[in-house]
Design a protein around this ligand. Structure first.
Ligand code: SF4
Length: 454
């Protein structure tokens, strides 16, 4: 990788500030860290600009799919292991329809895309890619594409066909969509390349071996291709995993350009069982797939994969947190219960979900614990009696409620006495250990609070 100092040596060194940074050195450091594009300096020779852009771009290049409203970025990866930095762009997960498929089956799959949406930690999880395969029926291929674009505008589309005419017509259906064109092989790659000169879209290579994949990719790079997706054609599970690791490893460690692109994988190539496909997919999420296609979408298999994907593609050095503060849920007033919890996002969303479900107006105090969960934060000294008391006094809850009753999580019941000493005006109530126990407790408590204060 090129360093900030090496980049600085290629800059004009006038410190004019037009790039938005006070000095060329400050700008060079940001470029080297991948936080800003080299294009922001208007005084660079195009050749040097290209040289720096190439040297600072990630070894696994990015590929963009989707449309103006829903854009999906694949690749852009810089590391082999998640603990080294983080994995950047999560793999797309979905299934396929094809032109020989029964109408009911197609409708059932489209319905699955519409139905399978889950909210978790403030994010919506859903299957986000669908492949349309042409089994030799151009008319139906184009009809299916129009149908998918209008019914599922939020997902990325893969067009799997070797019929260049059909693909040319498909690309004219909607100016605003950017599909992956999959099916490029050593015989047809020039025709596919011609096609992308009319509309710039990524190409998916369908090879029979790693060697052939390298050859096709290299040929396309020579023609000027910038966005490719790779399929080595692995036929066994062992080959698949070997290829996934080899492609990523040589892209990152050797900077081997033909393999520096996202990888597409087809779980149904290796088994007839959706459960086994799910198992394979779970490994492919962690081991470098850019697109994962299953034979079908079933909630019980899909949901765990989407959760795993979300977890793997978070930054391991930054816990998911919510901001410290007072969160009013269900419209609380001066007589409503007050509970305190930590700011680990998962804890907050589970607690707030239970409070919301209880319909009891409640004040939830979220204390900054650096994203640690209740017990870990307590053990680290970030959720003890002294700092909870300090937070309660400072956060402003005393102006919002007339009563002085505060519920702490059951897991830290041991701090009750100490907290009562720190907050002598407050009565401390020990809540349930699990958030699922909150609704009945809140209902009962809120009745008592109203009764006492009336
Ligand atoms: Fe230096 Fe270019 Fe930025 Fe001016 S615009 S400060 S020359 S990097």
């Amino acid at each position: 990788m090129i360093t900030g100092i090496q980049i600085m040596q290629k800059l004009p060194k006038t410190n004019c500030g037009e790039c938005g940074f006070p000095t060329c050195l400050a700008f060079a450091m940001k470029v080297a860290a991948g936080q800003i594009e080299i294009d922001k300096c208007p005084y660079l020779d195009p050749k040097i600009k290209e040289e720096i852009a190439e040297a600072t771009s990630p070894p696994v290049k990015s590929v963009i799919l989707g449309n103006k409203q829903y854009t999906y970025k694949l690749g852009g990866e810089t590391v082999l292991f998640r603990h080294e930095k983080k994995f950047e762009n999560p793999p797309l997960i979905g299934t396929f329809v094809h032109t020989a498929m029964e109408k009911q089956e197609i409708e059932r799959k489209i319905k699955a895309y519409k139905n399978y949406k889950w909210e978790r930690v403030d994010k919506i999880l859903f299957p986000d890619v669908l492949m349309i395969e042409d089994k030799g029926n151009e008319e139906k291929f184009l009809y299916l594409l129009e149908k998918i674009i209008s019914e599922l505008p939020e997902i990325a589309i893969i067009l799997n066909s070797e019929n260049i005419n059909a693909l040319e017509k498909a690309l004219q259906i909607d100016n605003d969509f950017r599909p992956l064109i999959y099916g490029v092989n050593y015989q047809n790659y020039r025709d596919f390349w011609e096609l992308t000169t009319k509309k710039e879209v990524p190409l998916g290579i369908k090879a029979n071996s790693l060697g052939e994949l390298a050859k096709i990719s290299e040929s396309l790079l020579k023609l000027g291709a910038k966005e490719l997706v790779l399929d080595s054609g692995a036929l066994s599970v062992r080959e698949l995993f070997e290829d996934l690791v080899i492609i990523r490893r040589v892209a990152i460690k050797k900077r081997f350009k033909p393999f520096g692109f996202p990888i597409i994988t087809f779980m149904y190539r290796y088994t007839d069982s959706l459960a086994l496909e799910t198992l394979l997919a779970s490994i492919c999420i962690a081991k470098y797939a850019g697109i994962i296609l299953l034979s079908d979408l079933k909630a019980e298999y899909l949901f765990p994969l989407l959760v795993e994907r979300m977890n793997i593609y978070t930054d391991p050095q930054k816990p998911l947190v919510v901001e410290e503060g007072i969160y009013p849920i269900n419209g609380p007033d001066e007589n409503s219960p007050v509970i305190v919890t930590c700011n680990f996002a998962l804890t907050y969303f589970i607690v707030s979900g239970e409070v919301e479900g209880s319909r009891v107006p409640t004040w939830v105090l979220v204390k900054d614990t650096d994203g640690l969960s209740v017990l870990t934060a307590w053990a680290a000294g970030k959720f003890g009696a002294d700092n909870i008391a300090e937070f309660v006094k400072r956060c402003g809850i005393e102006e919002k409620v007339k009563h002085r009753e505060l519920m702490i999580p059951g897991y830290v019941a041991g701090i009750k006495g100490e907290l009562e000493e720190e907050l002598p005006n407050w009565k401390i109530i020990v809540g349930p250990r699990e958030a699922s126990g909150l609704p009945p407790v809140l209902k009962e408590w809120s009745k008592k609070l109203k009764h006492n204060l009336d």
